[in-house]
Write a protein that binds this ligand. Structure first.
Ligand SMILES: Cc1cc2nc3c(=O)[nH]c(=O)nc-3n(C[C@H](O)[C@H](O)[C@H](O)COP(=O)(O)OP(=O)(O)OC[C@H]3O[C@@H](n4cnc5c(N)ncnc54)[C@H](O)[C@@H]3O)c2cc1C
Ligand SMILES: *[C@@H]1O[C@H](CO)[C@@H](O)[C@H](O)[C@H]1NC(C)=O
Ligand SMILES: *[C@@H]1O[C@H](CO)[C@@H](O)[C@H](O)[C@H]1NC(C)=O
Ligand SMILES: *[C@@H]1O[C@H](CO)[C@@H](O)[C@H](O)[C@H]1NC(C)=O
Ligand SMILES: *[C@@H]1O[C@H](CO)[C@@H](O)[C@H](O)[C@H]1NC(C)=O
Ligand SMILES: *[C@@H]1O[C@H](CO)[C@@H](O)[C@H](O)[C@H]1NC(C)=O
Ligand SMILES: CC(=O)N[C@H]1CO[C@H](CO)[C@@H](O)[C@@H]1O
Length: 620
């Protein structure tokens, strides 16, 4: 999980502990140090890395393939893995970013990528009454850039979503997307290595490994406390997600299992598959409402790739709509504003759902049962990770537990609150430096005082918001970032904020229980700077805190929403084909029409798997 708004601070916290580094310059030094360590351990034969560079054939000005796929992210990787099983299909995968870095495989350090070229670096537009405690009042809208896409820099939290979610998706006029239809894909894609009581929902033959998160004692206490508070221990990726559990991660023997490492790495040598990196698609080539190729820029030159069968966009929920808009598919008035000739007037980018999260709910402990990051730069930790899949480097931002709950305001049977238990805190104890940050006032006046204490925290996420944002063009230049409006907490009834506050109180109920009391757990109750005028723990206080530090969970969906032709918001149909167009599909999280009780990486893999089958059905 976790916001990039503070992961940087978290990283600097680790640095402060060990090296007393404190500025952005030193982040680059840290990255260098981690890289050098891995290379040295590899050269001396103490670890073995699985990663080999991606090579590609010479590029011609014009090339032709059966399928041209745009974006090597979570969905694109799954799609390409499956389509390239068909030996007589030729496939071109174009990815704007480059290769993974050697540290991205290591869960603990992998989020470093967020502060490098592996992140597109999107920031939401400034909006009223949200992000009040962030620099420039702009929310980071992080997106992975590189082979693997967002799964290269994400937090590897493994969640499928529930029967209610997918049945709702299907009920909106999307046959084939109900739970019964999709469960086989969730099973197919995974290799669940966790012992589970009712295993009948889980898969064991797929490329995506599932393992429990690294635990410290505080993770065990979280389970005890939640059970005592009335939650059942569940396999939250099984029959029901309602309850508490150790967090399941998509790691393979302790290492990141991304679209790159688990879907593409094993098949990248297939002769019928060409993967071109640093290849930025600028528009789809369209004639007579038929997509016949794409134009892309590599090393400053423009190239054309023709598609004999289809063009498929897997550029993610921010970039797929951007590419459609640049190609003339989208709201007519918006296109005309940028001088783009309208081809199909669809509501591209007009609705974007995400999961707003408050993740700085901190607690102090009187004993060291939380995460101790001082081990994470030791050679032994790297060796244990690579050779045995064990140790603290398996940990991602100290994530340990997950809990799903239905709030008192939940519209249907969905679980709409998620609480994540962490054995650390992402701001407290750090120096307030970094490219994205809370304001210095907040750091100095709120979090700094908790330095050098044993700390844990909870993140609370709203899974089924009413509020939504949107994505629009900022410019007709394909290299200019689109405008992103998060739209958090804009629902007129104010229901979203109420549910988040309910979630915060529930997290407090668990963390301040007798089970944690044995470890002297106390809330970090120094008010968030800017919210001192409210009585601590009042509804007004929490609303203020959330409006200051609530952030994106990077679970953008619905910007190229699936729906029947009769749905005015729909961009693709249930076969992932763009309405009114021929030979053009979208296969990524942008097509997801309904909010899910889940983080979106596994759903992204599922969409790739199912998309591949839809395409195979059509041509074979
Ligand atoms: C920081 C972070 C943490 C997250 N943590 C979790 C988590 O713990 N668990 C979870 O389930 N989900 C998590 N998510 C969300 C999850 O990773 C994403 O929802 C998922 O990866 C999206 O998959 P996708 O295929 O839709 O898009 P992406 O994986 O983003 O892939 C899109 C790809 O297209 C490429 N691209 C874009 N534009 C172009 C272009 N013009 N030309 C060529 N290529 C292009 C991009 O570079 C990228 O590689 C997280 C996301 C982020 C950013
Ligand atoms: C924190 O950062 C400031 C600069 O922003 C620097 O002056 C100060 O020395 C740093 N403190 C520590 C403890 O690193
Ligand atoms: C391609 O392969 C599939 C099976 O893998 C087969 O059904 C199809 O006929 C083949 N097409 C051609 C043109 O060879
Ligand atoms: C699934 O994981 C288990 C345990 O690591 C392993 O033995 C098995 O080979 C894996 N299966 C596949 C299909 O990779
Ligand atoms: C456009 O495409 C349709 C459907 O394939 C076809 O019937 C029509 O003849 C095409 N028109 C032109 C001008 O090519
Ligand atoms: C922590 O606090 C609890 C509750 O006050 C107390 O019982 C325990 O002895 C304390 N532990 C330490 C190490 O101080
Ligand atoms: C022409 C060619 O090399 N086809 C390959 C495509 O990929 C499949 C799956 O690996 C191979 O079996 C084919 O040989």
């Amino acid at each position: 999980m976790i916001l990039n708004l503070t992961v940087f601070l978290f990283i600097t916290a680790i640095l402060t502990l060990i090296y007393d580094y404190s500025n952005a310059q030193d982040l680059q030094e840290l990255i260098q140090e981690v890289k050098e360590k891995i290379i040295r351990l590899e050269q001396t034969g103490r670890i073995k890395r699985g990663y080999e560079p991606y090579t590609e054939p010479d590029l011609l000005d014009e090339e032709g393939y059966d399928f041209v796929i745009v974006g090597a992210g979570s969905s694109g990787s799954a799609l390409v893995h499956r389509l390239s099983e068909i030996s007589n299909w030729t496939i071109l995968l174009l990815e704007s970013g480059g290769e993974p870095e050697i540290y991205t495989d290591i869960p603990f350090w992998s989020r470093l990528g967020e502060y490098t070229h592996l992140n597109w670096g999107y920031l939401a537009e400034k909006e009223d009454n949200i992000a009040l405690g962030l620099k420039d009042q702009r929310l980071p809208m992080t997106r992975g850039k590189g082979i693997g896409g967002s799964s290269l820099i994400n937090s590897m939290i493994y969640t499928r979503g529930t029967k209610e979610d997918y049945d709702r998706w299907e009920s909106l006029g999307n046959p084939g997307w109900g739970y019964e239809d999709l469960l086989p894909y969730f099973e197919k894609l995974e290799n669940c290595t966790i012992p589970i009581r009712d295993d009948s929902y889980r898969g064991h033959g797929g490329p995506i490994y599932v393992e429990n998160a690294y635990q410290t004692k505080s993770g065990d206490v979280f389970i005890e406390a939640a059970e005592n508070a009335g939650y059942n221990y569940v396999d939250y990726n099984g029959r029901t997600n309602k309850g508490v559990a150790y967090m399941q991660m998509n790691t393979k023997k302790g290492l990141r299992c991304s679209g790159e490492s688990c879907y593409l790495r094993p098949v990248k040598h297939r002769k019928n598959l060409t993967i071109r990196k640093n290849s930025h698609v600028t528009r789809i080539l369209i004639q007579n409402n038929t997509a016949y190729g794409v134009e892309f820029v590599k090393d400053g030159r423009i190239y054309t790739a023709f598609a004999n069968k289809e063009v498929i966009l897997s550029a993610g929920a921010i970039n797929s709509p951007q590419i459609l808009l640049l190609s003339g598919i989208g709201p007519k008035h918006q296109l005309l504003k940028f001088g783009i000739k309208p081809i199909s007037n669809l509501q591209v980018g007009q609705k974007m759902y995400d999961h707003i999260t408050y993740s700085v709910l901190g607690y102090t402990f009187n004993e060291s049962i939380t995460f101790d990051s001082s081990d994470t730069l030791k050679d032994e930790s790297f060796i244990n990770l690579y050779n045995k899949g064990e140790g603290p480097l398996r940990s991602i931002n100290t994530i340990q537990n997950i809990l799903f709950r239905r709030s008192s305001l939940a519209p249907t049977r969905v679980t709409d609150i998620e609480i994540i238990g962490l054995g650390g805190h992402i701001i407290a104890g750090t120096n307030n430096t970094g490219e994205v940050q809370v304001t210095n006032e907040i750091y100095e006046n709120t979090f700094k005082q908790y330095s050098n204490q044993f700390i844990g925290s909870c993140a609370v996420a709203l899974l089924h918001p009413k509020s939504y944002g949107r994505v629009e063009l900022r410019s007709a230049d394909p290299f200019v970032h689109p405008k992103i409006y998060a739209g958090f907490l804009t629902d007129p009834e104010g229901r979203d904020i109420k549910i988040l506050i309910e979630g915060i109180r529930e997290a407090n109920r668990i963390m301040l229980s007798p089970q944690f009391g044995k470890y002297g757990v106390k809330p970090m109750d120094s008010p968030i700077y800017g919210c001192q005028q409210h009585q601590y723990d009042s509804d007004e206080y929490w609303e203020c805190a959330i409006r200051h530090l609530g952030h994106s969970f990077y679970h953008y969906i619905a910007t190229c929403k699936m729906g029947p032709e009769s749905d005015p918001e729909a961009v693709v149909n249930n076969r992932l084909k763009v309405h009114g167009m021929r030979r053009l599909r979208i296969v990524d999280t942008s097509i997801i029409p309904v909010t899910l009780s889940a983080h979106t990486n596994v759903p992204a893999f599922m969409v790739g798997e199912k998309g591949a089958d839809l395409i195979k059905e059509e041509y074979l």
